[in-house]
Design a binder for this molecule. Structure first.
Ligand code: GLA
Length: 389
């Protein structure tokens, strides 16, 4: 049963939530745990400067569970069933805030103001040259030294006829990390009864600014972080990709994937060609590239990627309104980070970051990432969790 806010049932559920909150100061529930889908909220520690961080748990009628936190508006956990019905953790994450505060490579976070690289941290807009922090020498990466992944977002949970969700809001100051204009960003996650996780992005600005927001979850559909992702198969709906230089900055060309290790137009195991003698793979130490999605029209929701783990049967399909997707094969994971005694080693998980192309502010031929005052940037990515038998 779905409960819509404002109905009598919804009000009763909210009252039940209040009653629960009174018993337990750390946790509140907007609906009783016996309803098929719900959202729960709990304290999740605090930052070094004393900001409280909260965690939300979204659950649907099939038991799919997504955890989100206000630090980085990040996904900290996704649990889905395998072909036997056993639930497994399919993203890299931690049970506590501390490891995130110590530093993680964008685990599950929203990256911004500009996801991906901007060459040498420079771009020119309206005749003015802007200088960003160089945090991935010699380039700027994922919004700078303290990007959106390292900020505490405001949050509001809700439940409507599509399912439980959380809307996160962050106001990025004019000049923050070198970017022009005050940017107000809203990111809404919603878990559907149809086993979808929708991620909707909206942004407005007070001055012209580049914006490129994405989610940086690391997936391993096996549910076993001792097993790398080389045996998982990937399909990408892209005839072209944007080749890069040795610093992973696009050359500006759109290159056909045909007859290259970048051709994922039919499902292919990730490990099949990852070590091929290929300069592009060599530059990145594997896959860390942007594919140009075969969109029917700009901004049109398009199939982007399907990831399948043949052993567990778990599948992940991604649709998006964005023109590109960065497939990163976890090449920089080196075992330094671990959870519950299991190290996150080389290629133990992968990212599929729907986005505009890297370094777009310096490539006028790429789809524009410039947001103007008075406009609202809208973008949506939908993940569908499934099982192949
Ligand atoms: C992105 C980049 C990678 C790497 C990871 C984080 O996917 O493209 O090069 O920086 O983030 O380690």
């Amino acid at each position: 049963m779905q409960i819509t806010r404002g109905t009598l049932a919804g009000m009763l559920a909210a009252l039940a939530g209040l009653a629960l909150a009174a018993c337990s100061p750390a946790a509140t529930t907007t609906q009783t745990a016996t309803t098929p889908s719900h959202v729960q909220e709990a304290a999740f520690g605090q930052t070094a400067d004393g900001q409280a961080v909260r965690q939300f748990t979204l659950t649907n009628a099939h038991g799919i569970e997504v955890k989100l936190m206000t630090y980085g508006a990040a996904i900290t956990s996704i649990k889905t069933p395998d072909k036997t019905g056993a639930m497994g953790q399919i993203v890299l994450g931690f049970d506590t805030l501390d490891p995130y505060l110590k530093g993680v490579p964008y685990f599950g976070a929203i990256v911004g103001r500009y996801g991906n690289r901007i060459a040498r941290g420079h771009f020119t807009l309206d005749g003015q040259t802007y200088t960003l922090a160089i945090n991935n020498a010699p380039n700027a990466l994922h919004g700078g030294l303290r990007g959106f992944d390292k900020r505490v977002w405001d949050a509001r949970s809700f439940e409507d006829d599509k399912g439980p969700g959380v809307e996160f809001t962050y106001v990025s100051a004019d000049g923050e990390e070198g970017y022009p204009g005050q940017l107000t960003a809203h990111v809404t996650y919603q878990l559907g009864a149809d086993d979808t996780l929708s991620i909707s992005y909206e942004a407005t600005t007070t001055k012209d600014t580049p914006v490129n927001l994405t989610n940086h979850a690391y997936f391993n559909l096996s549910g076993d972080v001792k097993k790398d992702i080389l045996g998982e198969t990937l399909q990408l709906n892209a005839d072209k990709f944007t080749p890069v230089d040795h610093g992973l900055i696009p050359t500006g060309a759109l290159q056909a994937v045909a007859n290259t290790p970048f051709d994922f137009r039919t499902p292919t195991a990730i490990g099949t060609r990852i070590n091929a003698a290929n300069q592009q793979l060599h530059f990145a130490g594997g896959y860390d590239h942007n594919w140009v999605l075969n969109q029917t029209a700009p901004g049109q929701m398009t199939d982007a990627a399907t990831l399948t783990d043949p052993d567990s049967g778990r599948t992940l399909s991604i649709r998006t309104t964005e023109p590109g997707i960065q497939f990163y094969s976890g090449n920089f994971l080196d075992g330094t980070l671990s959870s519950r005694g299991v190290a996150f080693t080389h290629r133990i998980a992968l990212c599929l970051e729907t986005q505009h192309f890297p370094d777009s502010p310096n490539h006028p031929s790429f789809p524009s990432t410039i947001l103007h005052p008075g406009e609202t940037m809208h973008s949506q990515t939908v993940l569908t969790f499934g099982v192949a038998h």
